[in-house]
Design a binder for this molecule. Structure first.
Ligand SMILES: [Zn+2]
Ligand SMILES: [Zn+2]
Length: 168
């Protein structure tokens, strides 16, 4: 219905912007994530920390949120920089041995129609990164990387540390 009202040119611009934001790799959400944390922690430092410091709260208690924030940012960095388990011509034979083919969703010898690598069981092609990833879970825009077999542990720690850093 809206396409009848909105000019075609504007629709094209909006479509390209949405595609760029949500269907290609972009550091925009990582930057937004860090900016939001900086804003929250800036507010905490300005409003709460200084006040609690004057009330002579124990130093460790005052520093705890910053330590949790550092842990969270460390997990974010590790998760976003780590190889999620990209399938290459040199590792696909070894990765094909890890999980059994079910013969339904995953058949032995199937090639990825997009990148042409042989697909091990439980792998999937990521359209953001244009690679096949071993034990693919999803592509996370907040860490700007796929979540797969090799970085899932960092993603889990990132998820666990996020509410801890927020709650502190
Ligand atoms: Zn592929
Ligand atoms: Zn991806």
């Amino acid at each position: 219905v809206l396409s009848l009202v909105i000019p075609t040119r504007l629709q094209g611009v909006a479509h390209r912007a949405l595609h760029r934001l949500f269907h290609t790799r972009s550091r925009l959400f990582v930057a937004l994530h860090v900016a939001l944390q900086a804003a929250v922690y800036g507010e905490y430092t300005w409003e709460v920390c200084v006040y609690c410091w004057e009330l002579q709260f124990p130093l460790l208690l005052l520093l705890l949120p910053y330590l949790l924030l550092l842990g969270n940012l460390g997990c974010l960095l590790l998760c976003s920089r780590a190889d999620p388990g990209i399938i290459t011509k040199s590792n696909h034979v070894a990765l094909a041995e890890v999980y059994a083919y079910d013969g339904v969703l995953f058949q032995k010898g199937t090639l990825c129609p997009t990148c042409g690598t042989e697909k091990p069981a439980r792998s999937k092609h990521c359209s953001f990164c244009n690679v096949c990833v071993h034990r693919f879970d999803h592509h996370c825009v907040w860490v700007n990387n796929c979540i797969g077999a090799s970085n899932a542990r960092w993603f889990l720690l990132y998820l666990l540390s996020l509410p801890a850093a927020g709650a502190a």
